[in-house]
Design a protein around this ligand. Sequence first.
Ligand code: SF4
Ligand code: SF4
Length: 172
Amino acid sequence: MKATPIADAIESLCPKCGLCCNGVLFADGELQRSDRTAWLEQLGLAIFRQGGKRRFAQPCACFDGRRCSIYANRPANCAAFECGVLQRLVAGKLSAAAARKTIGLARRKFQTLERHLQKSPGDDPALPLSHRYGAAMRAPVDLAQPGGAGPHGRLLRSMETLMVLLQTEFLR
Ligand code: SF4
Ligand code: SF4
């Protein structure tokens, strides 16, 4: 079968990215009635109810670091999601090189933020980025120490620069 432009774009970009599966772009995903919830739970997805909807937590248990291990049978919302980078690439508004550059930049910004998060006591990389950031920022600041507010300031700046990039390039 001939690959579609979106399938080609997914194949070339997504294994280098993973930001919509690893807890960076989303803290969780909504499941639809058509999704095989019991099967997904057996595979290790952490499913919970919120506002009458079933949701699964990210980082997703089916993400192997590069790809979705259940790609052909992934939840409906996962199959429907196309980030802004993919959309602009397929529409011819972004070159493949520019798309790769944007993804690389976002990943580097995430890695920088993660280095700051890892210095925070109790940081749990199994949680989505927004929860890790929230926990780190709730840690007490010791203003009596020289540079006591430094870690919070670095976290804030690092998170802000990543969020601006994600909002403008991936989520619009
Ligand atoms: S954020 Fe976009 S480029 Fe990255 S893995 Fe998801 S769909 Fe692919
Ligand atoms: S089910 Fe697959 S596509 Fe959906 S979040 Fe998990 S790894 Fe990503």
